[in-house]
Every structure is written in C-alpha cells, then in structure tokens.
Write a protein that binds this ligand. Sequence first.
Ligand code: SF4
Ligand code: SF4
Length: 377
Amino acid sequence: MLERLSINLTHLCNLDCAYCYALGGDYGGYSGDARVAEVEARITDVALLNPNIKSVQFFGGEPLLRFDLVDGFTAHIDKLVHEGAIAAPPRYSVVTNLTLLDDARIEIMKRHDMSVVVSLDGPPEVNDATRPYKGGRVSTARVLENLAKLRDHGITFDIECTFSKLHWAKGYSALSTFLYIAELGPSLVKMTNVTHPDPEIGFNTREDIARVLDENLTLLDYALEALTEKGRLVPLGFLTELINALQARADATPQSGGCGGGGGSYCNAGTGNIAISADAKIYPCHMFTANRAFEMEIAGGAVTRQPKMASKRDHAACTSCWASSWCVACPGAMEFRRPGHSGPSAIHCGLMRGGLEHVFAALADQDASAPRLTVSG
Ligand code: SF4
Ligand code: SF4
C-alpha cells in the first residue's frame, strides 16, 4: 500500500518562513510550477509500481498558488482508476499556509472532499514573526480569516505548528501554544520541534534540549490527563502517534498513516511514501526534494534507482534501544540537520522514549473501573 503520494503543484511560495527547510519553496533546485505532462507521466509510473494508492497530498512551495492544476491531476488519476491502473480512488489532501483561500479554491477542496493541513505556528505575535510574507508583511490575520471560512464551509482541517525558540522569545510554551491552536477548531494539532542551526531559532544547546523535552512531555501529560480522567480526547498529534505506534505493535501490523514505519525502518519513505516534484522527479518523500542523492527512478513497474535510506540498523543507539520497534523517526529531518550524516536527534529520542514512558504510566495509573485508554494485544 502506498500510504501517501505527494505531488508538488509548484516550487514557488509567497511566504518567507524563518526556518524553511524548503529554502523558500524551491528546495534549492527547480524554481517554477509543475510541468504537468511530465508529472502525469510520473504518476502513471508510480501507479504501475504500486496500484494501491491510499492518499494523494498536494504540496509545494505553496500549492494554493497553482491550485488550478488540481483538477487536471485528479482527472488523470480518475482515468488511471477507470483503467484499473490504480485500484481505488485515493483520498486527497493539501498542505498549505492558507493565505490564498478564495471561493474558487474552496470549491476545488469541496469537489475533491479534501482534508486540509494548515501551517500555523500559534498566536499572531509568534506566527507574524515566524511566517511573514516575502517582503516582510505579516500574514496571521489573513490565515485566521481563512480558517473561519473553512469552518463556515464545513471543511475539516489539521494544523501543523513548527515550535521554535521564537515561541519562547514571545513568552509561549509548547502547552500555551497548543491551547491557542486547539481553540481554532482543528481535528488534530501536530507540533514539530524545529531543526535549525540558528541559535535564535533552533534548540541546539543542552539547556534548550532539556527545556523543549520538558515542555513537550508536560503537553503530553495534559492530553493524557484529559483522556484518562475526563474521557476527553485532546487533538494532540503526538498522543495519536504514540497510540498508533503501540496499537500497530500490539496488532503486529505496520504502522499506517502518513509516515508509517516502525520495525527496522525509521519510516516508510520510498516504500509507503513517494513524492513527485514540480520538475517531475521522484523522491522517497517530499523532504528530499531536489536532493540528487535521494532521487528515485521507476520504470516498467519497478524501481530502477533506490536511494539508500537511513535505517535503525545503521545506528548502534537504535539497535540497542528498547523503544526501537515503536519508533518512527524522520530521515528527512536528519538529512536537513546534518547532510550525509543520518542519525536521530537527542530531542527525537527523548520524546519517543519519554512519550512512551508517560503513556505506559498513564495506562498503569488509570482507574481500572473506567479505563479510557486501552491498547489491545
Ligand atoms: S528512540 Fe532514538 S535511539 Fe531509540 S530507536 Fe528511536 S531514533 Fe533510535
Ligand atoms: S522522511 Fe520524514 S516526513 Fe518523510 S516519510 Fe519519513 S518521517 Fe515522514
């Protein structure tokens, strides 16, 4: 099963985010819109390799800049479904900064029953500092207006927050940032701790790492307490990921969802995840776009060039780690952090192991007469 096929509609972006791993949208490579005929040919190549495409994610750059391309790509996918080259219609989603929403784009979202993932780092005083327009104008008021439009139209959305030291500079912790975002009505909030060499942005000192781990585990405890004591599921992506990891191990199944993984692999990039760039190149995941060392080739229904992905087996810390069979880590972030030198970060390992320990403790502590949190197996 191909859990996620990402298609970049453009490598242009209208924002200038402080920490952008895509280097302003073009990943340091091709800087333009999707070459439609070539991208369609790559979609066909991917379908020949794996006809079971569960979801298609439109990505960028900022995909709403060229949302007019969506209908052409979905028509191509429909044709492949009709011909039997794709087993069943995939689910569609878009990852966007949501600054460019209008009636036409809302219609496209509704026509394809898309789920929307919105990048927003928190309240205006934070998000205006981290996610300005190119040229420096602030963007948050427009994003908040457009979130209201999504709610009015009944379009469900998740919010992805990139948490950085810029939050601390504005007086926000992981918990207070999460609480602000959760009020905006997302189905899920994914908090990602930034990877960045700038000491004003990234968590690069021992003290920073200790503090960010502590804040993230405090946030997890808040969500666990709401669940085990009040039966209220707080939309914290980290909690959902941990429960999914535990459930997959209990069921002896691979982890499903965007990044999958577990077992010997850090994630399913290149197997359950494939990305097509706007210049019609294939990568194991959008995180590797324009990185020639990670380019894949597919021809005649087979992979003819498979980049070597970082694996837990390559790292002694992982082979001896008790959390290894649950752990999903991001080789894309590893490559961004230290190009050519894959390896997990102290923050990731602290969160993975600490998060599992906190879930185990919550499972053990909860009132046996009214359990709210269960993992079978
Ligand atoms: S928690 Fe860290 S050391 Fe353990 S398996 Fe995951 S990445 Fe490796
Ligand atoms: S490289 Fe990172 S983003 Fe891509 S599939 Fe793996 S974990 Fe997910």
